[in-house]
Write a protein that binds this ligand. Sequence first.
Ligand SMILES: [Zn+2]
Length: 497
Amino acid sequence: MSLAVLYSRALDGLSAQSVTVEVHLANGLPAFNLVGLADTEVRESRERVRAALQVAGFEFPNRRITVNLAPADLPKGAGHYDLAIAIGILAASGQLPCEHLAEYEFAGELGLTGQLRSVRGALALAMAARDAGRTLIISAESSAEAALIKDANIFAAEHILQVCRHLLGGETLAVAVPPTEIPTLIYPDLADVKGQSAARRALEVAAAGNHSLLLIGPPGTGKSMLAQRLVGLLPPLLEHEALEAAAVQSLGQNGLDPRQFGLRPFRSPHHTASSVALVGGGSVPQPGEISLAHHGVLFLDELPEFDRKVLEVLREPLESGRIFISRAARQAEFPARFQLVAAMNPCPCGYLGHPQKACRCTPDQVARYRGRISGPLLDRIDMVVEVPAIPEAILLARGQSEASEPVRIRVSGARGRQQARQGLHNAALFGAAMDQHCQPDAAGLALLQTAVQKLGWSARAYHRVLRVARTIADLASSEAITKQHLAEAIQYRRGIE
Ligand SMILES: [Zn+2]
């Protein structure tokens, strides 16, 4: 037999597309041609495969070797076909049996001594192999992550020799096992935050309706602490959400830490982050911060310091929950359903309105600072709340602040009402569903119309206030949206306009 056919996968956004690896040996001048990869990848892969086979003690066929990766137009992205190519060469040259190869999918980059290195996207590879009814052979380093897919058949290998022994029917490979360390699932707790009752209330409302939130206050008043505590107020991830979030993380620069599996992500990119870092990109498209925050919280501290162009690209995913990254001829799609929390100082020096410290900014500087956040982005923020400097007496006071647990229970009750009524978070209500479920009572409507006239709101702003009021009513277990609920919701809008 001088032809071997094996299966591997290419990562395309979150999905893993089937790639057929055909290895053909022919007589003629010895050569090693690899078709279907970019030039540099071809060269590197050939070197790794050749070295690994020789070091592992196999004969590298002195014939004309052609390896074809099909289809040709898939994004391939280097290393993880090494294992399939090496096994294919051994099978085509009669050093391994060909019969059962079609039952497997292979993913692993080879080191020069034949050891297998980790691969990106193990979770997506495992999911796809399961759906195709094949067994995945993957590098041991990536196997714990792949084993998070419970009903997939996965073998873990540290070295190409182990894979060969397995295929020869000798020593069976180890079955991949998920990480034994149970994630602690502990989030930072609200009990650590002193004072700030208005901001705590706003955080609870935001959590209950999935609303985006902007915190404005001087440095050191606990804006970041509050933002970090939002994830712990949200209900636990459902199984499929946890898998989806983990699959995205697994494609990211740092991969997935399986011990973090099941935790809602909290991402806080620095304001110097590029738009690629934030929304994703690269020659093999990788998810950015907004996708790594999928099903969790994206926190943008020092919002006005972010490049305006970078902030503009957030608008689309904030509405649609996903992001398309265009690369030359193709597009990759990543999910990006995150809850946005942003924070900013009230002015460039930070102390505008501070009870003790004096602000050094001119009105002009303050206006320019606030103007850095574009109207259209601000228009997509549902709630604004002030996080003022806390008087020393409160900071020093004993007594506990309310912990996260009781808040989480109230949030979960309000979210339950939304699911039962409309099957959506209030923040996602639009059009007819919005008209049906967000009708205030007469006094509420009168208050809202007055506010609209006085503050000159856009239709978008008007709808945002209504949705937030709906959530406030849900927290109060009220089907009606009353004047009182609207008055609170209008407060959260006033800081924006
Ligand atoms: Zn100032």
